[in-house]
Write a protein that binds this ligand. Sequence first.
Ligand SMILES: *Cc1c(COP(=O)(O)O)cnc(C)c1O
Length: 241
Amino acid sequence: MSTDSTLLAAHWAQVRGRVDDACRAAGRDPAGVSILPVSKTFGAGVIRAATALGLRRFGENKVQEIRDKSPLLADCDIRWVMIGHLQTNKVKDVARLVDEVQSLDRMELAEALHRRLQHEGRAIDVLVQVKTSSEPSKFGLPPAQLPALLNTLRHFDTLRVRGLMTLATQSTDAAVVRGCFRRLRELRDQAAQAQGHALPRLSMGMSGDFALAIAEGATEVRIGSAIFGSRAAPETADSHV
Ligand SMILES: *Cc1c(COP(=O)(O)O)cnc(C)c1O
């Protein structure tokens, strides 16, 4: 193995260990929390090395990056997961290349994706991204609109709604961050009770805040820098430039 591969393997083992520790601290079974490696800004070579560790699903926040990397990794059986803000005019590539969308945040996008997936003859898993943060820059569906969107999505057989996703407020105050994660879990529970929607998956928590998310019921944490190292260009998680 090259030095890079060795380092990647060490980081991966370390992150899995920290996630397991957070599960135990929260009284949860580590088998109930999966890790989505977030490979945005990292090249095909790094992702290929990660597949050697058995990783298959990778989170990206720009359609263009998936377009660039997927032909270089066509032999790797990768499942691309879209976690970034999606413009409606990008659905053509999404319907063709992406296996799961976690950033479904509006009706217009759902309709466009559904039409395009019908055209492709495909169905994909989706999570609805809900805005639990008060920061103006964050994307996500306003919580009050969640019941209506979930009811409409029932009619779109190309979009299999599996759960909810959120980004917490960026804050050094753990109570504020944790409050965002709790909000998502409560919204999920309300949707189940009031509307009968089964939403087993909660995608929440990143490198800096995953322990809090796990304490609030995350079933999946999205981890970039703790696995792959810090990204060259500083950017916010929501950046879509
Ligand atoms: C970049 C990103 C992550 C991972 O962030 P890290 O802090 O590098 O772990 C998670 N979720 C989303 C939506 C992102 O854009």
